[in-house]
Design a protein around this ligand. Structure first.
Ligand SMILES: [Zn+2]
Length: 444
């Protein structure tokens, strides 16, 4: 056992604890003892506030290359999507690997210890499969391994360009022939120590109801998480209502997709009955506020979702911005703007979404907690930056959520191994990786 004595640590309660000894075995936490005024002999002292590892429950790593290149213009989600497709057309497995490695590296520096990569860029140009049809997914898996970050590869079934329309252009690279072909391809991927394979229905735009039922059945058979983009844009709802006389949530529920293993990504434009559908199932709703504001999607009704019984998780989605603490506070602060009310979500609620609930939504139950037997994933936030200087124990939790940033992350541990010390990745030059991976990727 290696011993770490934390000045302050959040153990899941309403306040932080002082003088917390965390004993780490192979890859799990062996013991946690609070209220030790001094570090025992042989224990390493960790200054600042120690949190459980942060969980990024929804990412498309390759979209990191769009940062700064698509945000200044006018348009909507749909015009942005055209730019994203243009990028997707330029990627091959090598570029996908380097982009994912750089993006996961940036996440590691921001305290993310577990990422859910919602993976839909499967095949080669024109939709022709690579000789290993999972080559693009294996590039993502290799990238996570090189960074040392825990990964859930959420492989997305994608079959249509829009409801009832064939895929065109870049979309052909996303598509399998049918849901059975999707399942057969994903069957060839296996869980590992730091890897989970999960399923996704890309959206009701891309997967018809009968195929959604096949994917939901596959996920249920594997007892693995099932994710879907849900009601990100009003136009998706309108198309779904026109074609099927049902909301996207209703359609997915009738296909057997909505359960306690299900994550509705975005869940912004919901009908009244959708709240009960998601809440009664104890489903997760993954909010991605920095992407949602960038793409003019809207503000998710997070408080109503929680009140209905749904659990919240957080994602950096397009990776235009990578800071889980910003995603967490945005859930509360964005809602303040439209409700004229403060305090719908406590710092503890927001941190739980960023840690334990996110981990569970990605198939790591018991992750994202500092307790005996939990995965030894830790993040140490320094409290001495200009943003946080003067923060004491009483306000440390609120300060971490409302004022800290990714730049305050000092040390990051995954499975008992440090991957980031003093703000630097131990094996990767993340800045150089990002510069190399994103340079000249975007078509002019
Ligand atoms: Zn997404």
């Amino acid at each position: 056992m290696t011993q770490y004595w934390c000045e302050l640590a959040w153990l899941g309660g309403a306040t932080v604890e002082a003088g917390v000894l965390i004993e780490v075995g192979e890859d799990r936490i062996g013991a946690v003892t609070a209220n030790l005024p001094e570090p025992p002999a042989g224990a390493e002292r960790l200054a600042g506030l120690t949190l459980p590892g942060l969980t990024n429950a929804h990412s498309h790593a390759f979209q990191r290359a769009l940062r700064g290149r698509t945000q200044a213009g006018a348009g909507s989600f749909w015009s942005w999507r055209g730019q994203m497709y243009a990028l997707a057309e330029t990627l091959d497995p090598d570029r996908n690997l380097s982009l994912a490695r750089a993006t996961f590296g940036e996440m590691a520096l921001a305290g993310v210890t577990t990422v859910g990569e919602f993976h839909y860029l499967h095949h080669g140009p024109g939709g022709v499969p690579y000789s290993d049809p999972n080559e693009m997914g294996r590039a993502v898996i290799a990238a996570a391994g090189e960074v040392g970050i825990r990964l859930t590869l959420i492989d997305a079934c994608y079959l249509e360009g829009g409801i009832g329309t064939p895929p065109e252009g870049a979309q052909r690279r996303f598509c399998d022939a049918d849901a059975e072909a999707w399942a057969a391809r994903v069957e060839a991927l296996a869980n590992g120590t730091s890897l989970r394979i999960a399923a996704a229905i890309h959206s009701v735009r891309a997967v018809p109801p009968a195929a959604a039922r096949v994917v939901a059945g596959w996920a249920a058979g594997k007892a693995c998480p099932l994710h879907a983009h849900v009601s990100e844009q009003p136009a998706e709802n309108e198309a779904c209502l026109t074609a099927y006389q049902r909301t996207p949530t209703q359609l997915l529920a009738e296909a057997g997709a909505v359960s306690s293993q299900f994550t509705a990504v975005h869940a912004i434009h919901l009908a009244e009955a959708d709240f009960a559908r998601l809440g009664e199932a104890r489903a997760f709703c993954c909010l991605c506020p920095t992407t949602e504001r960038d793409l003019a999607d809207g503000i998710a009704p997070a408080r109503r979702l929680r009140d209905a019984g749904a659990r919240l998780s957080l994602g950096t989605d397009s990776n235009a911005f990578i800071d889980l603490l910003e995603e967490a506070r945005a859930v509360e602060l964005d809602e303040r703007l439209i409700t004229n009310q403060r305090g719908g979500h406590s710092p503890v609620d927001l941190l739980r979404a960023a840690t334990a609930d996110g981990a569970e939504s990605l198939g790591w139950p018991g992750g994202g907690r500092i307790e005996t037997g939990a995965l030894a994933d830790l993040v140490v936030v320094g409290l001495d930056s200009p943003r946080l200087a003067g923060t004491g124990a009483a306000e440390a939790l609120a300060a971490a959520v409302f004022a800290a940033s990714a730049a305050d992350v000092r040390h990051v541990m995954v499975s008992g191994r440090w991957i980031v010390r003093d703000g630097a990745h131990l094996t990767l030059d993340v800045r150089a990786e990002l510069a190399r991976a994103t340079a000249s990727l975007m078509p002019a």
